[in-house]
Design a protein around this ligand. Sequence first.
Ligand code: SF4
Length: 277
Amino acid sequence: MQREAWEQIGARKLFVEKLMTSCVLCPRSCGVNRFAGQVGFCGLDGCARCFREMLHPHEERELSPSHQVYFSGCNLRCTYCSVAEWNELPMEVEEAIALDDLARRVAERRKHGARNLNLLGGEPAVNLYGILDLLERIDWRTTVVWNSNMYYSAPVTEALEGLVDIFLADVKSGSAECGRDLLGASDYFSVAGQRVKEAARQTEVIVRHLVLPGHLECCCFPVLEWLAAALPEIKVSLRWDYMPPADGRPGPAGYLTQAEKECVLERAAGLGLNLIS
Ligand code: SF4
């Protein structure tokens, strides 16, 4: 974080509070007063609920080991979500970790080798007020990673300026049809693309893309082509570890094949993308 931004967190909280009293934190624009206990699509009131925190050795090499902090609640409904139980009913998280305890754990994890604080979910943007509350409690020199689906409103980027060191932008579907069918948001790609560009004007961005079996032409290639055209220098992390949902959810069936993987690598190389692992 930058010290100046960290010192402004109180003012940023007031700004975010206004956005959440008739909530427009994301394109759902639910208009509910989250501080009056009302909930919108993401299912959260004004409080953030952390359901898991851990030191993770297998994020991108330059980020690991990373202190992952998972917040419940999300504004997408990915058919292949691996943490759906905490995201679809986020207020039912039992034993949520209190922010003071979480702040203590951030300091401990840092002592134990964490290179950064990795904020994820669910979706961190829908927990923005609670996250600012957490950042206010920790050392301003902590490196903050914003690990997000990037489906949020432009004022969120404004509220994060100088607080986030690295945006780990998890860019998903590359077409309106797959945005609708896989994520529940047909405007996903256009919104996320705007947010990635704004983030890149602020600080470092790593774009992560989970390659889905059977979704190269509609999702993977449009994302890669857009990156090559809009942000050719950006770091791109392709993820190959898609797992079909075990609970009967209608996510893409099967696993990525070796032929699909090779096809994606060939396309990325042809586009001159800056791949990292
Ligand atoms: S953050 Fe939640 S309540 Fe606010 S607009 Fe998005 S989905 Fe709706």
